[in-house]
Design a protein around this ligand. Structure first.
Ligand SMILES: Nc1ncnc2c1ncn2[C@@H]1O[C@H](COP(=O)(O)OP(=O)(O)O)[C@@H](O)[C@H]1O
Ligand SMILES: [Mg+2]
Length: 272
């Protein structure tokens, strides 16, 4: 669905490229987490997906359409929806349902179709009861879910979240993550940039970036076996994985599949 072929990206005035010869293929329906320390190139990579940035070298294609071909950009941007860190910058009106309707209205969608899309989008993010609320009365997590509803109302096939949970409190983060997982369960392709390793344990694949390169990629259980590479990339594995590894070092026969507290306790309890 999305292909990065040997892309390099150089910001003007920067000494070294922000992305250096990155290749990555994302399948339809996949849930990918992109992790990496500040400045490793995650946002630069995300911005290439819908042509906000164009590669200095190499190519990015979405459903076979090259982002460098200007005629493709409108179509690509209908396929790929992007959510960013600060929900306040993404909400444009004062009432929840008006905000969700804003995008489709600008596309000239008919009023009855807009009504249906708004209802569906609010339902998808679990915010139906808030349709007539004032946006400024919502919590950060709720605002971010409304921002995502606004994207869903445009009917994208791919959702890109660039540290969308970074400004949220733990409960807001949990709400957002469960919304994203549900969307993925319903078939949405999701690419989630996050600083929080514990948010990545249920995704299909983790991509670890460092210094503009992909240094590791695999399923969560594969990636979390490489604590050395993670630590070299300034990333701390989820707490449950650290505890698991300490217990393994003490001789407990635990599998690499235990990635969160629940899975770990399921394996550990029979041993105790
Ligand atoms: N607009 C910009 N101009 C120059 N350099 C930039 C710009 N944006 C990011 N960079 C640099 O590109 C590299 C990658 O940044 P970024 O993609 O934002 O990383 P991340 O999202 O992983 O924190 C960093 O070295 C950063 O300083
Ligand atoms: Mg970033």
């Amino acid at each position: 669905m999305i292909r990065f072929d040997n892309i390099t990206y150089q910001y003007e005035n920067a000494l070294s490229p922000a992305l250096a010869d990155v290749s990555l293929e994302i399948q339809d329906g996949e849930f990918i987490a992109i992790v990496g320390h500040n400045g490793s190139g995650k946002s630069t990579l995300a911005k290439h997906i819908n042509g906000l940035l164009l590669p200095s070298k190499g190519s990015v294609t979405v459903n076979g359409m090259d982002t460098k071909v200007e005629d493709n950009l409108l179509k690509i941007r209908q396929i790929v929806g992007m959510a960013f860190q600060n929900p306040d910058n993404q909400l444009v009106t004062t009432i929840v349902e008006e905000d969700v309707a804003f995008g489709p209205e600008n596309l000239g969608v008919t009023p009855s179709e807009i009504r249906q899309r708004v209802d569906e989008a609010l339902h998808a993010v679990g915010m139906t009861d808030y349709a007539e609320f004032a946006v400024h009365h919502l919590s950060g997590g709720q605002k971010q879910r409304i921002a995502i509803a606004g994207i869903l109302a445009l009917k994208p096939q791919v959702l890109v979240l660039d540290e969308a949970s970074a400004m949220l409190d733990p409960s807001g983060r949990a709400e957002l993550l469960s919304t994203v997982k549900q969307l993925h369960d319903q078939g949405m392709t999701v690419l989630m940039v996050t600083q929080y390793m514990d948010e990545t344990v249920d995704c299909d694949r983790i991509v670890v970036m460092k210094g503009g390169k992909i240094v590791l990629t695999g399923t969560p259980s594969e990636v979390f076996q490489h604590t050395d590479i993670l630590l070299q990339s300034n990333l701390v594995p989820p707490e449950a994985v650290a505890v698991r590894d300490s217990l393994k070092a003490m001789g407990y026969p635990l599998s690499d599949r235990a990635l969160n507290a629940e899975q770990l306790s399921e394996e550990l309890c029979p041993l105790l």
